[in-house]
Write a protein that binds this ligand. Sequence first.
Ligand SMILES: Nc1nc2c(ncn2[C@@H]2O[C@H](COP(=O)(O)OP(=O)(O)OP(=O)(O)O)[C@@H](O)[C@H]2O)c(=O)[nH]1
Ligand SMILES: [Zn+2]
Length: 371
Amino acid sequence: MQTNIDCLLPSMPERLARARGDLAMGLPALLTHDGARVLIVAIETLTQTRLDALRDMFGAPELLLTAKRGQAIMAPATAALISDDTVRVCPPADATLEWFQKQADTQFDAARAPTGPLHLVRNAATALHEAAIKLVKKAELLPAVGLFTLPADMADNPLHLVPITAQDALHHLALAPVLAPVAAARLPLETHDVGRLHVFRDPDGMSEHYAIEIGKPDPDQPVLSRLHSACFTGDVLGSLKCDCGPQLDAALARMGEEGAGVLLYLNQEGRGIGLANKMRVYDLQSKGLDTVEANHRLGYEDDERDFRIAAVMLSKLGFQSVRLLTNNPAKVQTFHDNGITITEQLPLRVGRNIHNQNYLSVKALKSGHML
Ligand SMILES: Nc1nc2c(ncn2[C@@H]2O[C@H](COP(=O)(O)OP(=O)(O)OP(=O)(O)O)[C@@H](O)[C@H]2O)c(=O)[nH]1
Ligand SMILES: [Zn+2]
């Protein structure tokens, strides 16, 4: 019997998913670019023992940060030298794990002692550095990477890792999300007793997103729709720091009143940075930064979500046209760019209170939300 071993080897999306899992566990991933091979580790999950072992085997690492994080922690003269999205820092020869953590983790910012200027690697960042940072961001870790270059004469692949070509990684990470329907069942809700919850899963096994049909919406008519991003604090706990809970309730209530609708629930907690990072930026906000500044201080963009996920789920359910409940112009634009017609944008202004009024004003001012 002839077996085709190729189909058992991981595809590029599967390699990327494995690498994200390994980085989250504190293990290295192997990237290649233009003949160079590097091992990358996430600073958040690195241990001193592994740092020492990696340094013994491969020499001193570079520290990669995003430009946003670099701008936040460097002296103005050094920060002015940043021209790429990714900053390459040359750590002191005896840098401990704590030194790396202090550059990466905002919890040390308040107590940051002036450590003198950081030494930047002047060579421009390449696809290798960009892919490394994108992978730790995808894993919702602190966006900081330790990078060890494998000597050119080193025997092949000492850690037996499946290599990932940086250009391929960047290409695949930018592709439209792939989602497959997994299961669906009737779900009567308080707002309407005819409901159906559909679970979609990325074939790389890393994420699931949900669509909730209310009533029996007609796919030939524009469907009342809400694209909602997960907010554990607002949706579940009733947090007053944002407007998510009241928006979710109001959207479902309106769909119930009209007798039909589709709620798209995207597991992109904290505008795509994950709950742990959201708590990091909440901590920064309690010290005076606004919601956008806090994301930047951590090293993330203000919004890391991919709204194409919602367009994919809608299309798979057979809907091409929506009346969208949102104040966010980026959601409207993404639907428009991905083949979903918006016949109406319906503002969803609920849940303003003394704790979130600043947050809502900043979203209007800096992210273009309708007030
Ligand atoms: N990073 C970060 N995320 C936050 C903060 N406050 C709330 N969030 C997240 O922001 C997202 C809000 O999602 P939505 O309600 O879908 O979106 P929106 O962009 O405000 O748009 P509309 O509500 O449709 O107008 C959720 O993922 C929350 O977890 C914050 O201060 N920082
Ligand atoms: Zn929220």
